[in-house]
Design a protein around this ligand. Structure first.
Ligand code: ZN
Length: 205
């Protein structure tokens, strides 16, 4: 089967517990360190088999094949990808049967990652996620003071809208936000706004 590595925990010696996001759920698997294995890393897409273990409830990860992206050798793109993917495990770890939404979201993000600024791809993907989870706030009411926001929307974690003056953070132009929310496009956001939204995203899904 295929999936994305969204978390790695080192256990004894060089062994690893590997958490893989698949089309249905998250697989937690044990990987023995050994020279016969190829390298695996955070964010990699892999094809693999699961070998049930008699001694443990955790199966063993085996027959791993790394499915590379065209941009995999670009360190900067890979680093941003890893930063983005590490947000998914804390968000999904307690969910059962998460369905194919998250896997498909990563599939299209991976495809787009080198086609434009990857931070824009991440932000657009995140807005799709918020909408999927019913958490996208299209009504601009301040999360902190509960008053309507007429101008100068700022966003805090989970892209909750707030007054610029309530948080003293960079405001995002409303037309750009509406384009993002309605068409999942960052076209009308400038690079400074994109950087701000990327930083907010890194605080957690
Ligand atoms: Zn306010």
């Amino acid at each position: 089967m295929e999936g994305y590595i969204i978390n790695l925990n080192k256990v004894k010696d060089e062994d690893l517990i590997v958490y893989i996001l698949t089309k249905r759920n998250i697989h937690t698997l044990y990987r023995f360190y050994g020279a016969r294995h190829g390298t695996i890393n955070m964010g990699f897409k892999i094809d693999y088999e699961i070998e049930p273990s008699a001694k443990s409830t955790i199966g063993r990860l085996k027959d791993v094949i790394h499915i590379g992206f065209p941009w995999i050798n670009n360190n900067q793109l890979l680093q941003l990808w890893q930063n983005f993917l590490q947000l998914f495990y804390p968000h999904l770890k307690d969910s059962e049967d998460i369905g194919d939404f998250y896997y498909d979201l990563l599939e299209s993000a991976a495809y787009e990652w080198n086609k434009q600024n990857p931070k824009r791809v991440a932000i657009e993907s995140y807005v799709k996620l918020l909408e999927h989870e019913g958490r996208l706030h299209k009504e601009f009411e301040c999360f902190l003071c509960s008053q309507k926001i007429e101008a100068s929307v700022s966003l805090i974690r989970a892209y909750l809208p707030v007054h610029e003056e309530c948080t003293h953070t960079l405001s995002i132009n409303i037309q750009g936000l509406l384009e993002l929310y309605n068409n999942k496009s960052t076209l009308f956001l400038n690079d400074i706004e994109v950087e701000r939204l990327w930083r907010v995203l890194l605080e957690g899904l």
